[in-house]
Design a protein around this ligand. Structure first.
Ligand code: PFF
Length: 446
């Protein structure tokens, strides 16, 4: 076992870093979009059930694996089952984080551009058509998309190079609360809009006629994406955890915070969309076109618009930190590189991998299987690698790793885990089954 591994300085710092990883574009853009597509409050209800049964269970498993081994994902599996192929589960997660970070940083870069554009007045007064043209103009401009992607990766690397306490913990402790404050501030403004009440009702009152299997599958995929599961992130963050942390309690708190922020984002974005008379199913354009169109109708719209994109940029940064940290911790553990060298090495490769994604959204026609390059990478990483990583981790902790050893780790420092039998059952059966159905459903139902 390695000595001298870094630790979170405080429990609060660990919680802010993990909530920071979980809260990102998935909450602010993807959640409202999925809610829009699948029918409002009913999805929210199903989502909450999946969070409790699948999300919290899987998160506890990842933290336990990380804290017990105090290793990055690749070596965590190998330490517990040497001379087996289980290391491949860790390798899979590394591939997934690298791919996700490569395109996530591109979209995060656009949101930084929107802060600047709003606060310099470049977007003020534009209507939905003008905003759409501005969005398409930005994504089709190769120089800018690349510069923004580069800037975002550099900022991520700068923080990660400072280490766990001096970098990630210090930054997320400031950025995460700022996201919540900005979100509440925007929510308050949006709820004053005429017509927003209808959107609110749509989000709160479930219509059971819409219940179908696809909605349940969609909820499972969204929980994994939103909680940053199946990627080794929670294994890595768990490896910096103190021995006396109560893991199940932390996981419930983190899940609750992530759900609360997704709901707040839904409450902000969806009523805004209703107030504008726009259909909520419209997809990614939602945050770059529809929501700005709403802010542009308000007095001080440029200010609110800038604040909205600042919030998104902060939320995205706390996520990209966690994605890069997985790669960095693997390189440090495997090759013994210094943190500086590992960080800048990994960040450079990921920047290069992101170049085709950055160019594919309008600048260069780069298509794969009928999708833009960026969408194809997203699809492959989020719908194939991520669920595979999730299922392997659940099987490993539920079936392969000795149960007594798992319990000893969970109940370290005298914390009793009374729901352990339920948790094990969920980890062994519910989580793998839910993921298999979600993968199958994605390909069968489309
Ligand atoms: N949880 C992040 C979000 O909601 O935006 C996205 C994400 C991060 C997904 C890390 C997967 C991952 F491994």
């Amino acid at each position: 076992m390695q000595t001298g591994r870094e630790n979170w300085q405080t429990r609060w710092g660990f919680i802010m870093a993990t909530v920071g990883s979980a809260v990102g574009l998935g909450n602010i853009w993807r959640f409202p979009t999925v809610v829009g597509r699948t029918g409002g409050a009913l999805f929210v209800l199903i989502y909450l059930i999946v969070v409790l049964l699948v999300g919290v269970t899987a998160m506890i498993a990842e933290f336990t694996l990380g804290r017990h081994t105090r290793q990055s994902p690749l070596s965590a599996f190998r330490t517990l089952k040497p001379n087996s192929s289980w290391w491949a589960a860790g390798a899979l997660s590394v591939a997934a984080v690298v791919l996700i970070l490569s395109f996530y940083s591109v979209i995060a870069g656009w949101s930084v551009a929107y802060v600047i554009r709003y606060w310099t007045g470049a977007l003020s007064g534009l209507d939905a058509a003008g905003l759409r043209a501005a969005y398409e103009g930005l994504t089709a401009e190769p120089r800018w998309t690349l510069v923004l992607h580069f800037l975002f990766m550099s900022l991520t690397a700068l923080v990660v190079s400072r280490g766990i306490t001096g970098g990630i913990e210090r930054w997320t402790r400031v950025l995460m609360p700022s996201v919540v404050v900005l979100l509440l501030f925007l929510l308050f403004r949006v709820l004053q809009l005429p017509g927003s009440g209808e959107g609110l009702r749509w989000l709160i009152a479930p219509d059971f006629a819409l219940l179908n299997f696809a909605t349940v599958l969609e909820a499972t995929g969204q929980v994994f994406f939103s909680f940053s599961l199946g990627m080794g992130i929670m294994i890595t963050y768990g490896s910096y955890l103190f021995g006396d942390d109560n893991i199940p309690q932390s996981a419930i708190f983190i899940a609750g915070a992530d759900v609360a922020i997704a709901l707040l984002a839904g409450l902000t974005v969806i009523p805004a969309v209703f107030a504008m008379g726009i259909e909520p199913e419209m997809g990614p354009g939602l945050i770059f076109v529809a929501v700005p169109a709403v802010f542009n109708t308000l007095p001080g719209g440029s200010f609110f618009g800038g604040a909205f994109f600042l919030m998104i940029s902060f939320a995205a940064l706390t996520t990209t930190l966690s994605l890069l940290e997985v790669g960095v911790s693997v390189i440090m553990d495997e090759w013994g590189w210094t943190r500086q060298r590992a960080t800048y090495g990994a960040a450079s490769i990921i920047f290069l991998l992101g170049v085709p994604s950055a160019l594919s959204e309008g600048a260069v026609p780069l298509m794969v299987l009928g999708m833009t390059f960026l969408d194809a990478v997203d699809f492959f990483a989020s719908n194939i690698l991520l669920p595979l990583g999730g299922i392997l981790t659940a099987i490993f902790v539920g079936w392969i790793w000795e149960r007594r050893s798992v319990m000893n780790e969970l109940e370290r420092a005298g914390h009793r885990f009374l729901l352990a039998p339920l948790w094990f059952a969920s980890l062994k059966y519910v989580v793998p089954l839910a993921i298999i159905m979600a993968i199958a459903g994605r390909f069968i139902l489309g």
